[in-house]
Design a protein around this ligand. Structure first.
Ligand code: 0A1
Ligand code: ZN
Length: 890
């Protein structure tokens, strides 16, 4: 059966306000792992002048009873496809609903579910309807009071949103707690936790002098891994006060860790629930990247308290209203934290490193999404399953769109806009138009054209060319823009694109810029506004032909097309004053070389390219963190996006050749760096130390790729003796990414050492699933992946395990996944079908790894199509996976 024909499409234009308001919600939970009884009392009021019934969403619920104003509902209730519909006899009504749910049987991890003996909820986007019947849409904002009752021994801690107002013991070794959330909220922000947990606590004073209690709840025995999350939370709280004047509005703010979680974390009001991976960290179990990730996710969820919770989304099409804005805020926060730690002298470089990292993520995930069948505007016009729209486009491109507003309005103008946004909309569920209107009105600026960023999908292409007129001492920069067609959007209009520009003189120094019409030269970087399909920008007093440096700081989420010779790329790699563009020049050069090698198996790695690379390594004025980024080759996924047709096997071979060449040619430099940058003393999470560790680990990777014996010995020693996970895992990764015979022992040894540490084992799974075959005689990686699925630590029901083993293989190892015999694709289909029966959200995320199949070679396309159709036709397919494979096959 073709499942994709049966999934209805929901349109943004179909939004209608509800005819009813829910003023308050009283929830009473009799918690039990298998039989939880939920009583919900809704105080409902008809919106004046509105007519019609009150629709209540419900999914997988056992309805025990439903009463309206104390009486059996009878005729006033009917079942619908989405749940129930009630028609109260008057304009105010109290509706009491009793439902029964089975958390232990809930493997979707949406709604109320069990994890390691505890009970947890996840309600975004539409999980609340899996707990009780409710108008489960974000524009229904109500005050919640929640009473939890459970057996004391199994569930000693009972938490919900807001403030604890009562608790006590009950006969039969039971206990209860009553929580009250003073702020009206949508149902997706509801949460409860009933589990055996311990809290790290800190009390801090807010801007206005209120004392608030911060808690990080973890499994007993894990308190020594909660400190970094707590520090991050305190830093985030201070940052939002200082940057936006936004204060914590509750007496208590809790973070709870759970081992089974579909996403990273969730911003439930006052009770954030986190995937363990984004809280737990100790130097011997977590890498620098983990520490950084924790800091940003803790901040992200905390920032949602204002951008998302106090002001929320009117409907799910507006998701980027809270997500784009909150990602932008967490990016700014992390940049500020890194800059502060780095110190005044290294501040700019620390910020650039963060910016490059963010942009690299955008390019890898979002640009690829934008060129495939799932391309959508940051505010989509339609969806089949909202859970499929927590995408790189909504999040990362959404953040880039907020960043452009920040760039165009300036930090102060942006702050004014934020103030006005909260002044107007605190306590409301609003749209992206409301946000941009606040920005426009606070700054007296017309943002009509800018709004196209919200409605047009696709990555805009900016084509640049320059002309220098020696006689007139004038340089004319021509910028043209176009956005390629995307599904359902054949034609696009010009956007407002801020293009930050610098001109580099022949000596490598930036020229002071004087645009035609300016009275005097000013700064060396200017933000041009490209608003037409094509525009010319004229710079005066230019004495020699300059090299343009465009989109500095990645000032817009666009693809830049410009004709640059190899020599000019090498020049910008060495001289561009903007570190982001220096990185970009290195990436462009590497991309060009790698793709040429992939097309010509017997070609050599060009000498000039190696020289440019060598100059980068030799430049001791550069921060190690920057060099580590610049000297990392472009990701394989991105290169496949640039290769037509995409052919993973020759691409992998080309990457290996380049890595070997760089490892061999610069063996001495790598070994020198390795020695010079050793970090002594106890581990601290600090950008300077992290930069050194990153570059040393990269050195080991190149040396290992080249089979350099010194390098391999160092990798082994580092693996064995390192006292922190960054170095230990760096050593292991270098061994695995080589033909070294010691890799297998090292993997076993690591497994034994961390056999009871789920998060560390996730790394171990991912490393093996993503491994390249440096030793041609080694068996295909698929065999190992299959074997690893039988490891006792692997569970298909745990999303982290799925992401680290299957995700790393499907998304991170294209040459092995797309094996010519189609074995990887068949395995993919089997796993998607198996996962879908348990957890459609996770299945759908994994399913997306084949959506861009049409860019592969004809032979691979045939193999993939067969498997996509197999999944499409599978019995009982979820709407989540049906949407993904359906769109892929259109
Ligand atoms: N709002 C959360 C992410 C999140 C989204 C959906 C979820 O379930 C479908 C869970 C979490 C955030 O942005 O952090
Ligand atoms: Zn978010």
């Amino acid at each position: 059966m073709d499942n994709t024909l049966q999934t209805p499409t929901i349109l943004r234009s179909d939004y209608r306000p509800l005819a009813w308001r829910v003023e308050s919600v009283e929830l009473d939970f009799r918690l039990d792992a298998e039989q939880t009884l939920v009583t919900s009392r809704l105080a409902c009021v008809r919106v004046p002048g509105a007519s019609g019934p009150l629709p209540l969403d419900g999914e997988d619920l056992e309805l025990v009873s439903l009463r309206i104003d104390g009486a059996e509902a009878g005729e006033c209730m009917r079942r619908t496809e989405r749940g129930l519909e009630v028609t109260p006899g008057s304009d105010t009504a109290t509706i009491e609903i009793v439902t029964r749910v089975n958390p232990a049987a809930n493997t979707t991890l949406s709604g109320l579910y069990a994890s390691k003996g505890g009970l947890f909820t996840q309600c975004e986007a539409e999980g609340f309807r899996r707990i009780t019947y409710f108008p489960d849409r974000p524009d229904v904002m109500a005050r919640y009071t929640v009473r939890l009752e459970a057996e004391q021994a199994s569930f000693p801690v009972l938490l919900s949103n807001g403030n604890l107002v009562d608790s006590g013991e009950l006969p039969g070794d039971r206990h209860y707690a009553v929580w009250e959330d003073p702020f009206p909220k949508p149902s997706y922000l509801f949460a409860l936790v009933a589990a055996d947990l311990e809290a790290m606590e800190r009390s801090v004073e807010t801007l206005s002098g209120r004392e608030v209690l911060l808690q990080v709840w973890v499994e007993p025995g894990n308190l020594d891994r909660a400190g970094h999350a707590m520090d991050s939370l305190v830093n985030a709280l201070r940052w939002d006060e200082e940057t936006f004047g936004l204060e914590l509005d509750l007496d208590r703010f809790m973070i709870v860790v759970v081992a089974d979680f579909n996403m990273g974390a969730m911003e439930n009001k006052g009770l954030n629930i986190f995937n363990a991976r984004f809280v737990l960290a100790r130097p011997d179990t977590a890498t620098d990247a983990d520490f950084e990730g924790i800091e940003s996710v803790v901040a992200h969820e905390y920032f949602h308290n204002w951008t998302g919770n106090r002001v929320t989304c009117r409907d799910w099409f507006q998701l980027t209203l809270k997500e784009g804005l909150t990602v932008f805020r967490d990016q700014q926060f992390s940049a500020d934290m890194l800059a502060r730690a780095a110190g005044a002298e290294r501040e700019a470089s620390a910020r650039a490193v963060k910016r490059i990292d963010d942009f690299r993520g955008l390019r890898a995930a979002q640009f690829t999404e934008d060129s495939g069948p799932m391309a959508h505007p940051i505010r989509p016009d339609s969806y089949q399953e909202i859970n499929n729209f927590y995408t790189a486009t909504v999040y990362e491109k959404g953040a880039a769109v907020i960043r452009m507003q920040h760039t165009l309005l300036g930090a102060e103008g942006f702050r004014k806009g934020m103030n006005l946004y909260f002044e107007r909309h605190d306590g409301q569920a609003v749209t992206c138009d409301d946000f941009v209107a606040a920005m426009a009105d606070a700054n007296d600026r017309d943002m009509t054209q800018f709004m196209r960023w919200y409605s047009q999908a696709g990555t805009p292409v900016v084509r640049a060319s320059g002309q220098w007129d020696a006689d007139a001492r004038r340089y004319t920069l021509t910028l043209a823009q176009h956005t390629p067609p995307t599904p359902g959007q054949p034609e696009k209009l010009p956007l407002v694109i801020p293009v930050a520009v610098g001109l580099i003189g022949p000596d490598g120094n930036d020229l002071p810029l004087r645009l035609e019409g300016d009275s005097a030269a000013g700064a060396t970087t200017r933000v041009l506004e490209l608003v037409e399909a094509e525009q010319h920008f004229v710079f005066e007093d230019v004495d020699a032909e300059p090299v343009p440096s465009l989109l500095r700081g990645f000032s817009a989420p666009v693809l830049l097309e410009i004709d640059e010779s190899d020599a000019r790329l090498a020049f910008r790699m060495a001289h561009d004053a903007d570190p982001c563009n220096r990185w970009d020049a290195a990436q462009r050069y590497a991309e060009r070389v790698i793709l040429a090698l992939a097309a010509k198996a017997d070609a050599d790695v060009p000498e000039a390219f190696l020289d440019a690379w060598g100059a980068l390594l030799a430049d001791e004025s550069l921060d190690p963190a920057f060099v580590a980024l610049a000297a990392t080759l472009p990701g394989e996924g991105w290169l496949l996006e640039r290769m037509r047709p995409a052919d993973p096997a020759p691409l992998r071979a080309a990457l290996m050749r380049v890595m070997r060449a760089i490892g061999e040619r610069f063996a001495d430099q790598w070994l020198g760096l390795y020695q010079r940058l050793e970090v002594r003393g106890p581990y601290r999470y600090h950008p300077a130390d992290a930069g050194c560790r990153a570059l040393r680990n990269l050195a080991l990777r190149y040396l290992a790729a080249a089979g350099n014996e010194d390098g391999l010995n160092r990798a082994e020693t580092q693996f064995e003796y390192a006292e922190n996970m960054t170095e230990q895992f760096g050593g292991l990764a270098a061994l695995v990414h080589s033909a070294s015979p010691v890799a297998e022992d090292a993997l076993d040894n690591f497994h034994t050492r961390f056999s009871s540490d789920a998060l560390v084992l996730d790394k171990w799974f991912a490393l093996q699933a993503g491994a390249w075959r440096w030793d041609e005689a080694a068996p295909p990686v698929l065999e190992r992946v299959k074997a690893l699925m039988d490891d006792p630590a692997f569970k298909l029901t745990n999303p982290n395990k799925v992401y680290s083993l299957l995700g790393a293989f499907f998304r991170g190892n294209p040459a092995e996944f797309h094996a010519a015999d189609g074995s990887g694709h068949a395995f993919w289909a089997e796993q998607i079908i198996a996962l879908d029966a348990m957890n459609p959200q996770v299945a759908s995320r994994m399913a997306r790894s084949l959506e861009n199949w049409r860019r592969y070679t004809p032979a691979l396309q045939t193999s993939i199509r067969t498997q996509l159709e197999r999944v499409r036709d599978a019995d009982g397919l979820s709407p989540d996976v049906a949407e993904v494979v359906g769109k892929a096959l259109v």
